[in-house]
Design a protein around this ligand. Structure first.
Ligand code: ADP
Ligand code: MG
Length: 371
């Protein structure tokens, strides 16, 4: 950044120290001067007869004002000069000491600006303004570092997941090229499946970034209608797996993007179907308008989930321990991450609670919106 060159803070502090010291000195001298003037009359006067020892008259000569001035002025000048030198020197040293922590913070900021986020100030000493600034700075660096690490991991995972379908396509094409007599119908069918997966994945990634960007228009949405719509499209999947799908509850309004909220409910219901018991499972979608929030709850039967697993499930590319891979709806672990990012963008919260008998209750709380 181009800035006008200016005085350093150390120099400014030094000058103001010295200035104040000089001013205070001058004021003190002025007071002394005024005080002296009160006791020294103007002009060359000889004092009257004083009372000497045994009544002998004594002539005492008082100094005149000009005598006083002659004696006082150079001393006063010297004193002021000394104060100036003392103020500049002392001020320079003091300002240096005071500003030392700032130099450390600036050095750390420069290191961070050059791309090294692992450096910390770790200021010692009692709590003061600089210590607070340093601590805040360290906290900020820590968060920045973990954010960057997370982003890098995300990019690596995304690239890896995107490469898989491309690599499969490549292999299929290689095989087809080396053996032109093979049945192309089957090849095209498999290429189509792989390509669909790549498109789904790319769309999921785009959706995730859209949720993170908060770049959508908000309108009044009835969550119960969204739940109806989502379950209707997933009904055939539930039927194929022998799962009973129920929707209960009342009209529940919130403000947001209907398309994104539909994606939230679809992801949750799809999870509830896919990660359910092999036979005889149930899924319940419930909407409810509470006094503080609009709530949507998806509950499903299923296997028992270890409690320590729950917090990780909303992280991108995190799948549960039992990796359910079926031809339809093979997930890559982005479903709950997308739900989380969209719910956050709507200023809502997402809660995962394991059911004691197995399965999961997912609760979404969104800000209430009057109809
Ligand atoms: N309703 C649910 N019941 C049980 N487990 C679930 C449920 N929803 C999600 N999970 C677990 O959380 C993991 C992450 O979910 P998600 O992000 O949607 O990824 P994916 O469904 O692609 O595996 C799943 O792999 C599964 O183990
Ligand atoms: Mg999923």
């Amino acid at each position: 950044m181009n800035r006008r060159p200016g005085l350093s803070t150390r120099l400014k502090l030094t000058l103001s120290y010295a200035g104040f010291l000089l001013l205070a000195g001058a004021l003190l001298l002025a007071v002394v001067w005024l005080f002296l003037l009160r006791y020294v009359p103007d002009g060359a006067l000889v004092a009257g007869p004083g009372s000497g020892v045994r009544g002998a008259p004594v002539q005492r000569v008082a100094p005149t004002r000009s005598d006083l001035q002659r004696a006082f002025a150079p001393r006063a000048g010297q004193a002021l000069f000394f104060l100036l030198v003392f103020g500049l020197l002392g001020g320079w040293l003091l300002a240096g000491r005071m500003l030392a922590p700032l130099t450390r913070i600036a050095d750390a900021a420069r290191t961070a600006a050059n791309g090294s986020l692992s450096h910390r100030i770790r200021m010692e000493g009692p709590n003061d303004e600089f210590r607070e600034l340093a601590d805040v700075f360290d906290t900020m660096l820590e968060q920045l570092q973990s954010h960057v690490t997370e982003q890098q991991r995300f990019a690596a995972n995304a690239s890896h997941e995107l490469r898989t379908p491309l690599a499969i396509s490549q292999t299929l094409l290689d095989v087809a090229r080396s053996d032109p007599t093979r049945d192309h119908g089957e090849l095209i069918e498999r290429l189509h499946t792989v390509n669909t997966r790549a498109i789904d994945l790319t769309e999921a990634l785009l959706l995730l970034s859209r949720g993170n960007n908060r770049s959508f228009t908000r309108e009044t949405v009835d969550l119960s209608l969204i739940a109806e719509e989502a379950t209707e499209t997933l009904l055939h999947l539930a039927e194929r797996r022998g799962i009973t799908l129920d929707v209960t509850g009342e009209a529940t309004h919130t403000a947001g993007s209907p398309a994104l909220l539909l994606r939230v409910v679809s992801n949750l219901v799809q999870n509830a179907i896919v990660h359910n018991l092999p036979t005889g499972g149930t899924v319940t979608v419930h909407t409810e308008s509470r006094h503080d929030a609009s709530v949507l709850q998806v509950e499903n039967t299923g296997h028992r989930l270890p409690a320590q697993l729950l917090p990780t499930l909303t992280e991108p590319f995190q799948r549960g321990t039992t990796r359910i891979r079926t031809n339809d709806h093979a997930g890559v672990g982005l479903g709950l991450a997308i739900v989380q990012s969209i719910v956050r963008a709507h200023d809502g919260t997402l809660d995962l609670t394991p059911r004691p008998t197995g399965g999961l209750v997912v609760t979404i709380r969104l800000p209430r919106h009057p109809r």
